[in-house]
Write a protein of this length. Sequence first.
Length: 172
Amino acid sequence: MWNKKVLYSGVFFLFVITVLTNVLPHLFYDELDGVDTIVVHKKERTLEVWHRGKIIRAYPISLGGNPVGPKRQEGDQRTPEGKYTVEWKHPNSAYYLALRLSYPNAVDKLHVKQGISLGGDIMIHGMPNGLGMLYPVFTYFDWTQGCIAVSNTAMKELFESVSVGTPVRIIP
């Protein structure tokens, strides 16, 4: 049976991790003024934030588990390539905040084989809820189902600074 000291230590540890993963991004983010475009470079694993033709911020990213090439069907773990927009902002996702992209677009639909689903719900999001402190580990591999993942602090900056309708280009 668990002794109370071990149990309390475990509860305290979980509390500290929860506070750190949910509070720190709110303390250390910068609001970015005038974000007018997001550009994702899959090969370089970067997400750039642009204002009036200049990069104002760049973040390292993780992609889908099978990142090379465009997304062609649901479940292929590829991150799409092309021109999209931010469709809506999701404050209560399974990840720390999320920006849903307008995937699939008309070009994606031209390339789909009959009877194959392209999927959807492609987002730019933070770390899985409760795991934000593991961000340094998550940056060493591609782990999403096709989404674009950034640190929680980066996601807080994006979420507060990007408007619905902002163009997003995803480049191979």
